[in-house]
Ligand binder design. Structure first.
Ligand code: NAD
Length: 325
């Protein structure tokens, strides 16, 4: 039986990844500062550990609880001090310190424990801004580097750390640059939520005839990736021979206005949009998906199909909150 440690298993993508790996027959240990918020973990073991501490990273990778007590084979490092644009622009120091510490100590612990394979979750935020309609850039286009925010710089540095460990310690490293990921059981309120969940919440809470606030002028372009596709992509990349950082996302480029309109339509409510000041991030992302498609993976969920799952989930959360208040 294969063994895996998922760091950040109390968070959105990590929680879904644990479920995926269990479905594939793995023995899984989840690690996080907190347990998953919306449903119990599927992990065989769940440890509450602060991965900024080197000794706790070593504890996270202690031999597995399977009968043979074998060394852990695969580590998936998704733990990060993380949020949408509102959080990224207001917590620069926390992001650059907390996420960097977890990344540095975890990869060192993985090399020391001689784990076989190490996955690192990077981000489309490593790229600089692009003008709408630009040509697609591939992964090498991240250099010369000019990420739009400190979160992107930290990811780029952590990628380089992971690649250095691959060269110098023989660690088998795989690096994915996630495009915006969305789906149920992710943060939907409180300041760390990302645009799809935030818009679903605003629509769910709006009364007919109101206008929902959207940051910026709505023209920013993004690729939104449904979480089931993303965890499938992580597994594909981990099993592939691709050693270079690899974009994971679809090819459907959507403006924030189109995202908001799609959610409004799903809600069946008569709502408008009010464009307000707020941190928007880059103007456009035109990133090639050729590399991830070459390993035999592509997204299956359209944005509308994914939102048709996310919107009712967020609406139910909002209604439950309201009933409890
Ligand atoms: P998330 O915030 O839901 O999950 C991250 C988890 O890491 C949280 O549960 C948090 O408690 C945990 N964590 C933070 N600091 C920790 C520490 N010191 N020790 C232990 N656990 C700690 O975020 P997510 O959306 O699931 O993202 C997972 C990964 O993917 C992150 O590395 C993120 O940067 C990356 N990513 C996500 C997206 C996206 O759209 N969600 C896009 C690009 C990259």
């Amino acid at each position: 039986m294969k063994s895996a440690v998922v760091c950040g298993a109390g968070g959105f993508i990590g929680h879904h990844l644990v479920r995926k790996l269990k479905g594939l027959g793995y023995w899984v240990r989840g690690v996080d500062l907190k347990e998953p918020e919306f449903s119990p973990t599927d992990a065989d073991e769940f440890l509450l550990l602060d991965l900024r501490q080197p000794e706790l990273c070593r504890q996270a990778l202690a031999p597995s609880g399977t009968a043979s007590a074998e060394p852990i084979q695969e580590v998936y490092q998704l733990a990060a001090d993380m949020g949408g644009m509102g959080f990224i622009h207001s917590a620069e120091c926390e992001i650059m310190v907390n996420s960097a510490l977890a990344n540095l100590h975890m990869i060192q612990a993985a090399a020391d424990a001689k784990v076989h394979s190490y996955f690192f979750s990077s981000s489309a935020c490593v790229y600089s801004d692009q003008a709408p309609g630009s040509d697609l850039i591939d992964e090498e286009g991240a250099y010369p580097a000019l990420p739009d925010n400190e979160y992107g710089w930290e990811k780029l540095y952590a990628e380089r750390v992971a690649l250095a460990f691959a060269r110098n310690h023989g660690l088998r490293v795989r690096i994915a640059r996630f495009q915006n990921c969305y789906g149920p059981e992710g943060t939907w309120e409180g300041g760390r939520e990302k645009a799809p969940a935030a818009i679903c919440r605003k629509v769910a809470e709006a009364k007919p005839g109101e206008r929902i606030p959207v940051w910026g002028d709505g023209s920013a372009l993004r690729v939104y990736t449904y979480v089931d596709d993303m965890v499938e992509g992580i597994v594909h990349l981990m099993r592939s021979a691709e050693e270079r950082p690899t974009n994971l996302g679809g090819t459907e480029i959507t403006s924030v206005t189109e995202l908001a309109q799609a959610v409004i339509e799903l809600s069946g409510k008569d709502l408008g949009i009010a464009y307000v000041d707020g941190p928007v991030g880059v103007q456009a992302r035109h990133h090639s998906m050729e590399r991830c498609q070459a390993i035999g993976w592509h997204t299956r969920w359209s944005l509308r199909e994914g939102l048709a799952v996310l919107y009712p989930w967020v609406k139910a959360q909002a209604e439950r909150n309201q009933a409890g208040s």
